[in-house]
Ligand binder design. Structure first.
Ligand code: ATP
Ligand code: MG
Length: 420
């Protein structure tokens, strides 16, 4: 019979890499908690119109990339392509916006129907922070601090933060019109995607990677010329604060996001080691989203870290600690109780160590061979002499050194030392 293949673009994280994922998630979630963020758990399936209303019906995500299907009662449902809309929906439904500023985080898979390539999948994992109810730039700074801590921890090569300000919603409308008017007569010089965006989503043209389009854009009107006074002074304040905090950044006047809900500050962290999918974290301010989704007017800002790309960017440089593994092996079936008891004691006292008790498989040679093959660090061997003297022999499987007949106390100090 032929084997089943995975669905194109879905995740198959190799077993030997899953600990990268849990390490990054554990570290980042602890970090968010240390900034007093609460975890919010969100469903993967939402009504399709949630994304039409928030992300925007003329965006690539909603137009081309959603996994949409009908429920049995003929309602249009969608596998979430991003988490912000769902997070805001829950905050509104649960009345969180009435309770003062909210600092929330979540992680999980997102789904977009894209062409799979390095750093781009149809199922990918995001970890996001969302901050509701803070109008001042301290919200942006806080998010920058969190992400920068993660970037430093995982030694992301040549990471850089790029920022821009899109201005208010009105500024964006005015700028879009001016950009459209400028580009219309030059339409034939634009790449195909940009030609399609010209009518419905001209801002996204700034994002184009085509050299011809970039050339045309070099003389186009700039966002800065359309930014209101208020947005300009907020953006200047943000840049000053970044300087004060010693957070390096680059201003990129062409930085726009693929979602409609953003205003003012937008930002991305990039690393060239990722190749063409070089953005591993992105976000911005979205002060109008709460109202668009039927909630009260609430300033908001968020950032999403693409865990898949973060791991690609760090795994060659950052040494992820691997779990210490011990095999407990008996030389005689009669010692089952002793073997089980020491295994349990080690699990209790050293919760980070993995203990595999071989049980009734008492063939020392084959058990040792299996342990070495599975990259175990130690074997504890229990034979008659050990049982009679209430001791344990431990074998270091890397150095092949034996430490014979250690009392339980000595065994535990040995494990304490090696587990540091
Ligand atoms: P891109 O321009 O690369 O398509 P995006 O602007 O669509 O990214 P966002 O919606 O801002 O991405 O998502 C935030 C982060 O999630 C991205 O910076 C990226 O790290 C990750 N991400 C987005 N789409 C994918 C995907 N298809 N596969 C893997 N990671 C993704
Ligand atoms: Mg995209």
């Amino acid at each position: 019979m032929s084997k089943f293949e995975k669905v194109r673009g879905m995740h198959n994280i190799p077993v030997e890499e899953t600990h990268y994922w849990s390490h990054v998630l554990n570290f980042s979630e602890k970090l968010m908690k240390s900034f007093s963020y609460s975890e919010i758990r969100l469903p993967i399936i939402e009504y399709t119109n949630l994304f039409e209303r928030s992300v925007g019906s003329e965006t690539d995500i909603v137009n081309k990339e959603m996994f949409t299907f009908n429920s049995k009662s003929d309602k249009s449902l969608t596998l979430r392509p991003e988490g912000t809309a769902g997070c805001m929906r829950v905050a509104i439904n649960q009345g969180l916006l009435d309770k003062g500023p909210q600092r929330l985080f979540y992680s999980g898979p997102m789904y977009r129907y894209e062409r799979p390539q390095k750093g781009r999948n149809r199922e990918f994992f995001q970890l996001s922070a969302e901050l509701f109810g803070i109008e001042s730039m301290s919200a942006e700074l806080e998010v920058f601090q969190i992400i920068e801590t993660i970037v430093k921890k995982y030694k992301i090569q040549d990471s850089r933060l790029e920022i821009n300000s899109l201005g208010s919603e009105e500024d964006q409308r005015n700028f879009s019109k001016a950009l459209q008017a400028f580009l219309k007569p030059l339409k034939s010089k634009l790449d195909k995607d940009s030609q399609n965006r010209l009518e419905k989503n001209p801002l996204r043209i700034l994002d184009s990677k085509s050299t011809e389009t970039k050339e045309v854009l070099s003389n186009a009107p700039k966002i800065a010329e359309f930014r209101s006074k208020n947005s300009t002074s907020n953006f200047n304040l943000l840049k000053n604060l970044l300087n004060d905090f010693g957070i390096e950044y680059k201003e990129n006047e062409n930085l726009v996001r693929g979602l409609d809900y953003y205003n003012d500050a937008v930002f991305e962290w990039k690393s060239d080691s990722l190749g063409s999918q070089n953005t591993f974290c992105a976000g911005g301010r979205y002060d109008s989203l709460a109202k668009k989704l039927g909630g009260r007017q609430t300033p908001a800002i968020g950032a999403s870290l693409g865990i898949d790309r973060l791991i690609i960017a760090c795994k060659d440089k950052y040494k992820f600690p691997s779990q210490k593994l011990i095999a407990v092996i008996l030389l005689d079936k009669n010692f089952l109780k002793q073997g089980n008891s020491i295994s349990e004691k080690i699990r209790l006292n050293f919760p980070d160590i993995g203990v595999r008790f071989s049980g009734l498989n008492v063939n020392l040679k084959s058990e040792l061979k299996r342990a070495i093959k599975n990259k175990f660090n130690f074997a504890i061997i229990i034979g008659r002499e050990e049982v009679e003297s209430s001791t344990y022999t431990i074998k270091d499987l890397d150095s092949e050194k034996n430490y014979e007949k250690l009392s339980e106390e000595k065994l535990f100090s040995f494990l304490n030392l090696t587990n540091e």
